[in-house]
Design a protein around this ligand. Sequence first.
Ligand SMILES: Cc1cc2nc3c(=O)[nH]c(=O)nc-3n(C[C@H](O)[C@H](O)[C@H](O)COP(=O)(O)OP(=O)(O)OC[C@H]3O[C@@H](n4cnc5c(N)ncnc54)[C@H](O)[C@@H]3O)c2cc1C
Length: 185
Amino acid sequence: MQPQDFDQIASPVSVAHFSQYKLSRLLLKHLEKLGFHMVNSEKHEHGSIGEREIFMGHGCIAINDAERGVTVTASFLSKGKYMTRDIQCHFLVGTDGAGSSVRKSLGINMRGEKDLQKLVSVHFLSEALGQYLIKERPGMLFFIFNKDAIGVLVAHDLKQGEFVLQVPFYPPQQKLEDFSSETSM
Ligand SMILES: Cc1cc2nc3c(=O)[nH]c(=O)nc-3n(C[C@H](O)[C@H](O)[C@H](O)COP(=O)(O)OP(=O)(O)OC[C@H]3O[C@@H](n4cnc5c(N)ncnc54)[C@H](O)[C@@H]3O)c2cc1C
């Protein structure tokens, strides 16, 4: 984006374009400042979570009413194997996105049309492409539509050369396996 795109014209805060893994790191730093800490899940055997403990890499797979609060069954990877653990909570806040397991477990239907489009995202680094685009066509989104390729190229960081290419994906005619690293290159 151009420097003027960051001017705070319509809002007191500036627009930002920020990769999710960078945002997650930033959010964790802020949580640590508030006294939260990450827990090594392999060492943590018992089911209850202490105050301000953060468990990464856990997926909620089931929810059950408990006598007080709720019991959540979560899956996590330990030494290459999927394991599960039950976690007792006073409250469960379902913030697990459009395909929310929490929403489905509670029998709540999604409103509106689902599966609007399927995309395969290819996250890659290319300093050469970044430098070329800075000189020739600075921008954040590049729409590619020609006989050889269709996709949206998202420039996460031109200086660093960090990109995500989003390619439309049409199952059942196409399978995810068709998009190997070799194909992506
Ligand atoms: C390609 C693309 C481009 C977009 N561009 C824009 C844009 O320019 N502007 C805009 O405003 N919006 C944009 N959006 C939409 C925006 O990203 C979403 O609306 C927003 O991220 C939804 O936030 P959320 O917190 O509800 O869910 P998410 O951001 O999806 O977060 C859900 C989290 O829950 C985790 N999770 C999922 N299942 C489980 C489980 N079972 N157990 C535990 N954790 C789980 C996921 O790993 C994820 O971290 C875009 C979306 C996409 C896909």
